[in-house]
Design a protein around this ligand. Structure first.
Ligand SMILES: Nc1ncnc2c1ncn2[C@@H]1O[C@H](COP(=O)(O)OP(=O)(O)OP(=O)(O)O)[C@@H](O)[C@H]1O
Ligand SMILES: [Mg+2]
Length: 341
């Protein structure tokens, strides 16, 4: 292992095909630097959990290689497992253990030295603010408490690298913000590298130093959130003509200051340096051309626009109910039930 590899994660042409026909991950390449919070952002079924599986030695890659902390994951799976912590997408706190017992089990699984176990478990219970509920069954915890317990489970052995697969799924915005406070505090204290998958765009934007946008098993774009937004080159003005209006793309393209126009679902997206000053021009041009308007809006680019730009579709243009949707729904039902108890 080279010194520079400590705490790093690298994927080289990493691919996974299920049952010979489902191409879940298609030759992805990326590198996560030591100490970085790296976001893997993509809609349901994009290949996020599959990628985490291959990086954490839980799932065999079909081709390509993964390196974690300088080690080849396929060649040294056990060494890799000892150096990493994983918080899975699916809730694991559903058994008949208390919070404290859950963490003691984690300490045993990860071979934490016996003399250390008690101190570590107490420390984590306090740090995650579940000390008061430590002797209650974990399945009676709220969604936020469970996720904090799972986070504690994943770090009981002080791993150098932490993998979080949709860690805040099903939590309300407050719960999500709280969870991230813990994660970032941990990183500050332990200097961990954090690889996190999410389909919450705002979360990736706010929490990750760099992100990769994954869609249909390939990385569509990667960079810091602001680099990605800058690549869009300014603001987006969306023009929605009334139904049945004449085509306007050509006309809109000729307005001074508009650098590109795309059409989607009867609305036009205009790229420009300054959206607010462009709106009066756009409205005037439409009036001159006899095109009635339903709505005009200006947006500073968000990761939503970045996603649309690099994949050609809306982030939440989803079909059917995936694992993630089910978990979100389940979380809501649980929260509601919890509220009534
Ligand atoms: N064990 C499996 N056997 C066959 N196909 C699978 C298996 N696991 C995942 N897939 C398929 O591989 C693709 C990627 O799935 P994956 O779970 O990695 O996506 P994801 O990005 O984590 O999605 P989500 O946001 O819903 O968690 C999907 O088309 C999924 O149906
Ligand atoms: Mg997943």
């Amino acid at each position: 292992m080279q010194d520079g590899d400590r705490g790093s994660i690298r994927a080289e042409h990493l691919s996974k095909t299920y049952n010979g026909s489902v191409h879940a991950v298609k030759s992805v390449d990326f590198e996560v630097r030591p100490g970085e919070v790296y976001g893997f952002l993509g809609p349901n079924g994009a290949g996020k959990t599959t990628t985490v599986g291959m990086l954490t030695a839980g799932l065999q890659a079909t081709s390509g290689s993964a390196f974690v902390d300088g080690l080849n994951v396929a060649r040294e799976p056990e060494s890799v497992k000892r150096r990493i912590g994983v918080v899975f997408q699916e809730s694991t706190a559903d058994n008949d253990l208390t919070g404290r017992e859950t963490l003691e089990l984690a300490a045993a699984l990860y071979s934490v030295p016996r003399a250390e176990v008690r101190r570590r478990v107490e420390f984590l219970l306090e740090q995650m603010q579940i000390g008061d509920a430590a002797d209650r069954l974990a399945k009676t915890y709220s969604g936020g408490m469970r996720r904090r317990l799972e986070l504690a489970f994943g770090i009981v052995h002080s791993p150098r690298i932490l993998f979080l697969d949709e860690p805040t799924l099903g939590l309300d915005p407050q719960g999500r913000a709280g969870f991230w406070r813990y994660v970032l505090q941990l990183r500050k204290e332990h200097g961990m590298t954090i690889f996190v998958t999410t389909h919450y765009l705002e979360e990736a934007d706010g929490m990750c130093e760099r992100i990769a946008i994954i869609d249909h098993g390939t990385i569509a774009a990667s960079g810091t959130p602001s680099e990605l937004k800058d690549r869009l080159g300014g603001d987006i003005v969306t023009v929605r003509p009334v139904a049945g209006a004449a085509p306007a793309q050509e006309m809109l393209t000729h307005i001074a200051g508009v650098s590109a126009v795309t059409e989607q679902d009867g609305a036009y997206r205009l790229k420009c340096a300054n959206g607010e000053t462009l709106v009066p021009e756009v409205v005037a041009a439409c009036v001159r051309a006899g095109i009635g308007l339903q709505a005009v809006s200006v947006k500073r680019p968000s990761l939503d626009e970045v996603f649309l730009e690099f994949t050609g579709r809306e982030f939440r243009e989803d079909e059917g109910m995936s694992a993630t949707d089910r978990a979100v729904l389940l979380g809501r039902v649980r929260n509601q039930m919890g509220g009534r108890r």
